[in-house]
Design a protein. Structure first.
Length: 646
């Protein structure tokens, strides 16, 4: 029926394509035939182009004039240090040496505890004490410390059998760590011995782990007093407090795989100190492969079969995005973003919420009772538009310039420490008070609905490019950014979102009958996608039942968004439908190499982009009538075959 017009080069030698037959292909063809994919990239799209826009804006500020804004100076110095590969290559791994020597001079677990407790000395932490966060079950507007115990070195069973062969993954870690140890001045045999000691320690403490099923999501919530009671050898609670985590604020911690913490505690003895040190060192080094000189970055990437980022500017942005993302966000809003956009996007969102309420009330397949639950959910949306009103109170230690004696590695260490401070500040805030969630970085390309706190998040980073232009006609922004906003709103009512209530709790607000009707509608959509072939010019394999279930939530969200927007369009005078529909297709423009497209189809929860335009459009009479699309045209879909869930 259609081609997958998102495959790079697919238009070559093709005859004319009518918009009545394949709308996305017809609208995006000119663009796709001219566009080039940048070296090293796998695609170019509305998304990547907007990413280029905000990245260029950030780089301009990072390399621009100095101001008396301390945070900006820190970011500018950080950027300059990261991009200065000549100096970094001269330094090699030398800046890491004092930290390694400090760790290796430890001779007891008492000293080791001090080391783990000191954020200035301890660069990485302790792998069984990996900090993440979860939503507080009793109050979704709070976050709770979640300890994710990880087995760091071995991945496969064979790695834990004494004398057994190492798995390829473990062998890559060995080569990486040994390479770095040698670069730090260790002899070949010492490097090997350190890795063997680390591996031996992990094997040993894992054999004392009881009853763990690594595939189960095994989490316990412990009051802090019990958490302290449970661990006598290694005082995890005190270590966390020393590092700055306010675990007493909510009085409990959540732990995934507590058996690993138990077992590490049991093995935390002076007798094992060499193993504990080696294990901590190896894990630290594995974390720092791309933070040293170029040779280390390239060699370790080769060992691990990972791609390096060639472009120094892109590399620096990537490192900053992983270490100080919230600082980049604030810089973007203060120096790159037109702040008058926020009230405008807020107004558009409010308009959409009104339309959405009306749309729900007009659905004829759910009862008033279920409608009330849906409306309540909309009324209680937490809206995070563009950027938050408040930011957490956390300051990065000023990063100085190279001239003032700072090294790139020092800067990275300060940046990593800052990201911990940021997490810590977040831990003691109720996050409905004008803060954006800690893991939402709004100067990137994104928008999301989060069911945990019933929030609709539209990032500043997506308010540009093909999506939004404050000077563009209403229709264009409606087909662009508002499609995204409507998509996120609809996620509150897709097959997963429908199970959560207005406070983000997993709770049923449906009548039994309405839920069954909803499921029937979802099944009809799944059936449609099951038979649909995602890349017809490459293979005739359809999505199939499993593939269809994988993409159904995203497909539901696109359809719901368009329906909501069409109800807004109907109320406008002289609405330019052509401009609106075109924009719906333009934000899905895509040119991706065929191999990458195969991977996309196999893994992505979103349908291929061309279908994300065509399928929602063909479901509504407003579109079909406007272009006079009739039975026999490729875009036609008979009323009885339509699949909108909402
Ligand atoms: Zn989505």
């Amino acid at each position: 029926m259609w081609i997958d017009s998102g495959i790079y080069g697919t238009f070559e030698g093709r005859g004319e394509i009518s918009l009545k037959d394949d709308y996305a292909a017809a609208i995006n063809r000119d663009w796709a035939e001219k566009v080039k994919i940048r070296e090293g990239a796998e695609n170019v799209s509305a998304r990547t182009l907007q990413t280029d826009n905000f990245t260029a804006a950030k780089i301009a500020v990072l390399t621009g004039e100095k101001t008396d804004d301390q945070d900006l100076t820190t970011l500018q110095n950080y950027y300059a240090l990261l991009t200065d590969w000549d100096t970094r290559n001269q330094e090699g791994l030398a800046p890491l040496k004092p930290y390694v020597e400090d760790l290796m001079s430890i001779s007891s677990v008492k000293e080791m505890t001090k080391y783990y407790s000191d954020p200035e000395r301890n660069l990485y932490g302790n792998p069984v004490l990996k900090i993440t966060f979860i939503t507080e079950p009793q109050d979704p507007f709070y976050n709770m410390l979640n300890i994710l115990s990880q087995i760091m070195l071995g991945d496969e069973t064979e790695d834990f059998q004494e004398g057994g062969k190492e798995s390829p993954a473990l062998s890559r870690k060995r080569q990486t760590a040994e390479y770095m140890l040698k670069r730090l001045g260790y002899s070949e045999s010492d490097a090997k011995a350190i890795f063997d000691t680390a591996k031996g320690f992990e094997q040993n403490f894992l054999t004392t782990v009881e009853g763990i099923d690594p595939t189960a999501n095994y989490t316990v919530n412990l009051p802090v007093s019990e958490f302290e009671e449970r661990y006598k050898n290694i005082p995890y609670a005190d270590i966390l407090r020393s590092l700055g985590y306010d675990i007493d604020f909510k009085g409990k911690v959540s732990i995934q795989y507590p058996q690993l913490l138990d077992s590490f505690n049991e093995n935390y003895t002076d007798e094992n100190i060499e193993g504990i040190k080696a294990w901590t060192l190896v894990n630290t080094l594995l974390e720092f492969t791309k933070y040293g000189d170029r040779e280390t970055y390239e060699e370790t990437a080769k060992i691990n079969g990972t791609k390096i980022i060639e472009d120094p500017e892109a590399y620096a942005i990537d490192v900053m995005q992983t270490t100080v993302p919230s600082m980049l966000d604030q810089m973007y809003v203060n120096y790159c973003f037109d702040k008058s956009i926020k009230p405008k996007v807020t107004e558009l969102t409010d308009m959409m919420l009104d339309a959405y309420r009306k749309m729900i009330m007009e659905e004829d397949w759910i009862s008033d009772e279920t409608k009330a639950g849906a409306i309540e959910k909309i009324d209680n949306f937490k809206l995070n538009i563009c950027y938050p009103d408040k930011v957490y109170d956390a300051k990065c230690t000023p990063i100085k310039s190279a001239a003032e004696g700072e090294t790139a590695l020092d800067a990275i260490i300060k940046g990593r420490r800052f990201s911990r401070l940021w997490e810590q500040a977040m831990l003691s805030h109720r996050n409905d008070e004008g803060y954006m969630r800690y893991d939402v970085y709004y100067s990137t390309l994104g928008a999301c609905y989060l069911q945990q706190d019933n929030s609709v998040n539209i990032f500043a980073g997506i308010c540009g490019g093909d999506y939004y232009d404050p000077d563009a006609p209403f229709e264009k922004n409606l087909g662009g950014l508002c499609m995204i906003v409507g998509h996120e709103i609809t996620h509150a009512f897709d097959s997963e979102g429908a199970d959560f209530d207005k406070d983000g709790a997993q709770k049923n607000w449906w009548t039994e009958e309405d839920k069954a009707a909803f499921q029937k509608r979802v099944d009809k959509l799944v059936k449609y996608y099951s038979d649909l072939v995602p890349m017809p010019q490459v293979s005739d394999t359809p999505y199939g039942e499993e593939g269809a279930r994988h993409v159904q939530k995203e497909a539901t969200a696109d359809l719901g968004a368009l329906k909501c927007l069409l109800s807004i369009a109907k109320e406008q005078d002289n609405f330019d439908y052509d401009m609106f529909f075109k924009q719906v297709a333009i934000i899905q423009k895509e040119a991706r190499y065929e191999e990458a497209e195969k991977e996309y189809v196999a893994t992505e929860e979103h349908p291929v982009e061309a279908y994300r335009a065509n399928i929602p459009l063909q479901n509504y009479d407003d579109f079909l009538n406007f272009y006079d699309i009739k039975e026999g045209d490729g875009m036609y879909l008979a009323p009885e075959d339509r699949i909108a869930v909402w």
